[in-house]
Design a protein around this ligand. Sequence first.
Ligand SMILES: [Zn+2]
Ligand SMILES: [Zn+2]
Length: 398
Amino acid sequence: MADDRNNLLSDIVEEVKMCRRDLHQNPATCFEEVYASDLIARKLTEWGIPFERGWAKTGIVATIEGQSTTSGKRIAFRGDMDALDILEDSGVPHASRIAGKMHACGHDGHTSILLGTARYLHHTRNFNGTVHLFFQPAEEGGGGAYKMVEEGLFDRYPVDSVYAIHNWPYAPRGMVGIKGGPIMASSDEFFITITGKGGHAAMPNQCIDPLVIAAEAVLAIQTIITRNIDPLQPAVISVTNFQAGTGASNIIANDAKLIGTVRTFHNDIRAQIEKRIDDILRGLTTAHGATYTYSYERNYEPTINDPATAATCTHIAQTLFGAGRVMTEFPASMGAEDFGAMLMQKPGCYAIFGQGEPDTPDSPHNYGLHHPKYDFNDAIIPDVIRYFTAITEKQLKI
Ligand SMILES: [Zn+2]
Ligand SMILES: [Zn+2]
């Protein structure tokens, strides 16, 4: 039985690798993942697995029933499909054929692993219940998970829990990171326009200079982190754009625009930062006789693992891989992940799978996510399929 399973897994892994490299050569971004969507549909059809297309444009949900469904239980695995606007410089034989688009976050791997898991579970069906596979577009800023949830994903597929992974070049291959609580940060944006009174640069007394006020605002906003937020709570505010003036040296601008991002793990801190930025702008513009507009947009929720589900997944991973390969204490990332949208609705667990190759320093698997030399490490595929299968067989136990 174990040998049969190993043979099946190694057959599937070879096919998954081919899919992964195919997807890598044909990347697309933000709801334009037609190539990936067609490939997924073709493979599922070939294997006789039912699915539904059209979720968030290019998304697909596949459904696999166990040898029995009397438990009434359902779980889901999610894989993201989209690439990034990056010119690839990896030099790998399967490099992107589309200039300026690249799978630099390994979502080609995540999608292919989900396909492999589908085929494996469809073959073994060693569970009582139903598994759904969420192939999700537009993770990189487009909020594809939010769109699927808004379209009624969990009404149509009322799962008990949801699971996902991300490959992790910052940890060596073989290591798995799982923990309860926050694992990826929220990601918000703010947009500020400070309006003064433009005029001749030689007559500042006739003007209200918005640059000076905006410069004070950039510095004052940083004090929110150092003076207002609990020092034990991680939070980042970065002002990333400062726009004013026409390029002329002799004109005081009428307006200055600031754009930035806020990352944290708790909604009360987001609310605190949103309000404090407004307080600072109101105070500074009042002091200088200027006006302002300010909008704060909440984009991605923090990704927060349900502690009980994460504990179950930790135990599963320790059993599969050995306790020494499972990290339960590691820093959460200030990066964001739209799987948080699903974890706001359902308990679940987002795990990281190390893919670095420390013994091969120039390996493309060691480059950070979103780097033009990065490549997903196919060597982690079997472990992730085994992990997803073990979750299925535990949560939908016969
Ligand atoms: Zn990414
Ligand atoms: Zn990613």
